[in-house]
Design a protein around this ligand. Structure first.
Ligand code: ZN
Length: 236
């Protein structure tokens, strides 16, 4: 069986042009052997080399997906062609492996791959609502580190990235005064899709805690005062 697999692997590698991906027949022999075994197990008679080759070529996409998975597993530096193969033939795996593939793509200067990975990460990875200002993936965790590029972000950077200033102004204008006072007492706010005081944090939902700068506190205090004075009613 092993010599059969070797022969089939050699033909398949040639017909699919696997050398373009820097792969030899040896690289795909284990994948071929699995397929050959599977086919042989379901046949009474021994399949011919040619019928085995045809079977694999008929299922070319599945085969290339298995090749992509193998490339991901073996943990060697990838070539640009290999990276493209993984992204186009195993998008789900690529999305999940985006942090590693991002590093490889940056090393290779492959902007088009980075772009594709951003989308795959949102579909199949573990995206968060906050887009990282450094790598552009939606991958900033509640502790303000980035799952993809590994950056440890400062609060200022995150505030800038999410448009915190406008969110806070909206909170100041529309939240009940006792909620604004609570935020001022706590010294920080919780941000999910909007700004809220700590007590309104929804358990189990993604949110970040952001401390209020002196200037931000002043914004809340002034708006609170305006509203308490009643001279300028809250604008929605
Ligand atoms: Zn990042």
């Amino acid at each position: 069986m092993e010599s059969v697999s070797r022969e089939v692997a050699a033909i398949v590698a040639e017909r699919l042009g696997l050398d373009y991906y820097g792969l030899t027949p040896d690289d795909v022999r284990d994948i071929v052997a699995d397929i050959v075994q599977g086919i042989a197990a379901n046949r009474a008679t021994k399949p011919s080399i040619e019928s085995l080759v045809k079977n694999i070529l008929r299922n070319k996409d599945a085969f290339l997906k298995a090749v992509a998975a193998m490339l991901l597993e073996r943990d060697k530096p990838l070539t640009l062609e290999q990276l493209e193969l993984i992204v186009s033939h195993a998008p789900q795996l690529a999305g999940r492996a985006a942090p590693r593939l991002y590093r490889e793509a940056v090393r290779l200067g492959a902007d088009h791959v980075v772009e594709a990975l951003r989308g795959l990460w949102r579909l199949y990875g573990r995206p968060t609502p906050i887009r990282c200002p450094r790598c552009g993936f939606h991958s900033v965790t509640p502790d303000l580190t980035c799952m993809v590029c590994g950056a440890s972000l400062g609060e200022e950077e995150v505030k800038e990235a999410i448009g915190f200033r406008e969110m806070l102004a909206l909170f100041a204008r529309s939240a009940h005064p006792h909620l604004i006072r609570e935020a001022l007492r706590a010294g920080y706010v919780v941000v999910d899709s909007e700004v809220k005081p700590p007590s309104l944090r929804r358990p189990g939902e993604f949110a970040v805690e952001l401390y209020l700068t002196r200037e931000e506190r002043r914004l809340l205090e002034e708006e609170l005062k305006r509203r308490e004075d009643g001279s300028h009613p809250a604008r929605a």
